[in-house]
Design a protein around this ligand. Structure first.
Ligand SMILES: Cc1ncc(COP(=O)(O)O)c(C=O)c1O
Length: 427
């Protein structure tokens, strides 16, 4: 019998594959997947442009970093307020490490250090809510909470533009038989249309307060109102706004809604707080239920005690006049950058509120090239390309920090001004 040559090749490939050890076989299988093949092709064609997976050898309090012997101004840090270098925050963390050790090594379901309660209380007081519950990261908060809130038969509406961790959490919720609908675009009109005729039992709408790549926001007040009219609740991942947007840094949701009492908001303790972890706002009645239903809370480890102490310290700073000064500094830097970019001719996607300043560039190669040109001048920004943004809609993503010296912003503006003629040829 004649075997077709493609079948023969497949048989040969399988035979060769079976001869490999299991890890090599896995490498070969993953290497054949489309996503990895595309990424490798780019790496092969543009080895110098990619600037991912970099190794930093040293950093300094002016938000510079050293890579391969070169010092760069780092515009890729989401430690927006520079609390990672704040003497009080550093001292409190070191003191707690001496008192509590580095880790308490058990799921919080069994026991939590007293500092966890103190940090949750401090966060609740700051946000003017009854209570909060801390998770080790926003990803783990989303992964634990979303499937806990939307279970069998419930309607889960997810903003298609929301963070990857929300999209992945929705997959778990679907596995638990929640009904998933994607919201796109994230407007009140499209939400009303989506909900028309739907059984809205157990409705939960999950979205971001600030979109991480663009720095823009959905119309939160409208989405919350419509969801409420349909008997549901909004779940808002406000990671990029925590401590930097809204009155006393209470976030985008607080700024849009005036209070967090009728929504669930997840905030980050890693970005504006420069510590580690995340929290969700809740009432004292809801908190034990969230603990009982969130798998990442039950089956995962906690935030280490030194970071909990550091969170308490940051909360104290947020409540002080020093915070106003730090925030003014951040606002000045953002405004200076955004105005400077506009005067050169660049477009930015958000206003002067968000520390995420994203500038549309073009296709993948053009976007990577701009990142590389800046890098060569001692300036690091993130080149964001497909699949993080739509194809041919590459961005340079500039993260502004309060501790950036104004001269660093000027260096960046000068470099981008020199690149402007080249960027115009992309349009
Ligand atoms: C909106 C949003 N949610 C969640 C995350 C993930 O946060 P974490 O690193 O705490 O898991 C990010 C990360 O940048 C984010 O932008």
């Amino acid at each position: 019998m004649r075997i077709k040559s493609s079948t023969k090749q497949r048989v040969l490939r399988m035979r060769r594959c079976k001869e490999l050890d299991p890890v090599k076989r896995l490498v070969s299988r993953l290497g054949n997947q489309q996503h990895i093949r595309i990424a490798r092709e780019f790496l092969r064609r543009m080895p110098d442009l990619h600037l991912k997976d970099l190794v930093v050898d040293a950093v300094d309090p002016q938000r510079r970093m050293q890579i391969n012997g070169q010092w760069l101004c780092n515009f890729g840090s989401d430690s927006y307020l520079g609390f990672d270098w704040h003497p009080r925050v550093q001292a409190r963390l070191a003191e707690a490490a001496g008192e509590w050790g580095l880790h308490n090594g058990a799921s919080r379901m069994f026991h939590s250090v007293r500092l966890a309660q103190e940090a949750e209380r401090s966060l609740a007081d700051w946000l003017e809510v009854e209570d909060t519950l801390i998770f080790p990261s926003v990803t783990l908060a989303n992964t634990g909470l979303i499937p806990a809130l939307a279970g069998r038969g419930d309607l889960l509406v997810v903003d298609q533009h929301a963070h990857n961790s929300i999209q992945e959490s929705a997959k778990i919720a679907i596995g638990n038989r929640a009904r998933l609908r994607k919201l796109h675009p994230s407007t009140g009109t499209s939400l009303r249309k989506l909900l028309r005729g739907e059984d809205t039992t157990g409705l939960v709408l999950a979205t971001d307060g600030v979109y991480s790549m663009e720095g823009t926001s959905p119309p939160l007040a409208e989405l919350v109102q419509i969801t409420k009219e349909h008997g549901g609740i909004c779940y808002i991942d406000d990671a990029h706004a925590t401590a930097v947007i809204g009155p006393r840094g209470r976030g985008m949701a607080y700024q849009c809604l005036g209070s967090l009492k009728e929504v669930l908001v997840v905030g980050s303790l890693s970005k504006g707080f420069s510590c580690m972890g995340a929290f969700v706002t809740c009432t004292s009645e809801l908190k034990p239920l969230l603990k009982m239903k969130s798998n990442t809370y039950i089956f995962g480890g906690p935030v280490p005690p030194p970071y909990l102490a550091a969170v308490c310290e940051v909360c104290d700073i947020l409540d002080s006049v020093e915070y106003d000064l730090i925030l003014d500094q951040l606002r000045d830097r953002i405004t200076h950058l955004v105005k400077g970019l506009h005067s050169i001719g660049y477009t930015t996607l958000s206003g002067t509120q968000s520390p995420v300043v994203s500038v549309p560039i073009g296709d993948i190669e053009q976007t990577l090239l701009v990142g590389r040109r800046l890098y060569d001048r001692g300036l690091y920004v993130q080149s964001v390309t497909y699949p993080a943004v739509p194809f041919n809609c590459g961005l340079i993503r500039i993260l502004v920090n309060a501790i950036h010296p104004p001269e660093s912003i000027d260096l960046l503006l000068n470099a981008l001004s020199d690149l402007w003629p080249q960027i115009q040829t992309y349009k």
